[in-house]
Design a binder for this molecule. Structure first.
Ligand code: NDP
Length: 254
């Protein structure tokens, strides 16, 4: 049965930033497909755990601040200790930061790069050896259409640069690991309704521009990203690696 290929029974999935927004929707989707999920975020958010457990999903939580150089590796080690293996790593935690290039401080630049880019590499690097030892695995990175096009009207050189780098990291790592049983893919979401975008969607200056530039004329939902994530993390995508799957209501077609 083709739908069996979307099942993740017995799999262990770590989702960074899994406590809110897109990450929580991905954790729920993977959990509903049968995976045991381990959420990792900066702030413990008991309501996320309660929500997953109420849905019958086996879920654990690890505190990890991705700005801390050691945190991604420690998170992987803690998850291995907890569950014995990691079949799926979803690098989703991220922050947005707007600001003009001429006044964007080095401190803010480093914060964006550390969280959105360095942590993705660090967690992925840490998970490769255990995944190889167990016979394979899947890494899914959450990039952005901002890694493909330059959004307007906001100025966000650091954010866009970090996401473009995540896309190239995805392709390069996928090529390196393809023959050894690890698939590496990314999703590039367009505007999705979360805490990150709500201020922009409420902004009478930004929202009409964002929606006009989205051919479907509406923002997406976290579940619409989660469905793509489930596909890429599941055996249904067994021949897909190095892909950056755009989920954006058509934004990058224009
Ligand atoms: P939210 O702001 O709703 O959630 C962000 C998540 O990342 C939270 O769980 C947060 O944890 C976690 N996080 C942030 N900083 C850190 C850190 N230093 N250490 C650990 N965890 C951290 O964002 P979204 O759900 O909207 O975004 C998720 C991903 O999708 C991001 O990578 C974002 O760039 C990307 N994306 C989002 C789009 C959108 O339109 N929403 C569009 C394109 C890409 P905590 O609660 O502890 O702060």
């Amino acid at each position: 049965m083709i739908l069996d290929k979307f099942r993740l029974d017995g799999k262990i999935a770590v989702v960074t930033g899994g406590t809110r927004g897109i990450g929580l929707a991905i954790a729920r989707a993977l959990g509903e497909a049968g995976a045991r999920v381990i959420l990792a975020s900066k702030h413990p958010r008991p309501q996320a755990m309660a929500e997953l457990k109420a849905a019958g999903i086996v879920a654990d939580y690890l505190q990890a601040d991705m700005e801390d150089e050691k945190a991604p590796r420690q998170m992987v080690e803690a998850a291995l200790k907890l569950a014995g293996r990691i079949d799926i790593l979803v690098n989703n935690a991220g922050i947005a930061a707007d600001g003009d290039t001429e006044s964007f401080s080095d401190t803010r630049w480093r914060k964006v790069m550390t969280t959105n880019l360095d942590a993705v590499f660090r967690a992925s690097s840490a998970v490769v050896t255990p995944m190889l030892a167990q016979g394979g695995g899947v890494i899914l990175n959450i990039g952005s259409i901002s890694g493909i096009i330059s959004n307007v009207p906001q100025h966000q050189t650091a954010y866009n640069s970090s996401k473009a780098a995540v896309h190239m990291m995805t392709k390069t790592m996928a090529s390196e690991l393809a023959g050894r049983g690890i698939r590496v893919n990314a999703i590039a979401p367009g505007y999705i309704v979360t805490d990150m975008t709500q201020p922009g969607l409420d902004d009478p200056e930004r929202a009409p521009i964002w929606l006009k530039m989205t051919p479907m004329g509406r923002p997406g939902t976290p579940d619409e990203v989660a469905a793509a994530a489930l596909f890429l993390c599941s055996p249904a995508a067994s021949y897909i690696t190095g892909e950056v799957l755009v989920v954006d209501g058509g934004y990058v077609t224009r």
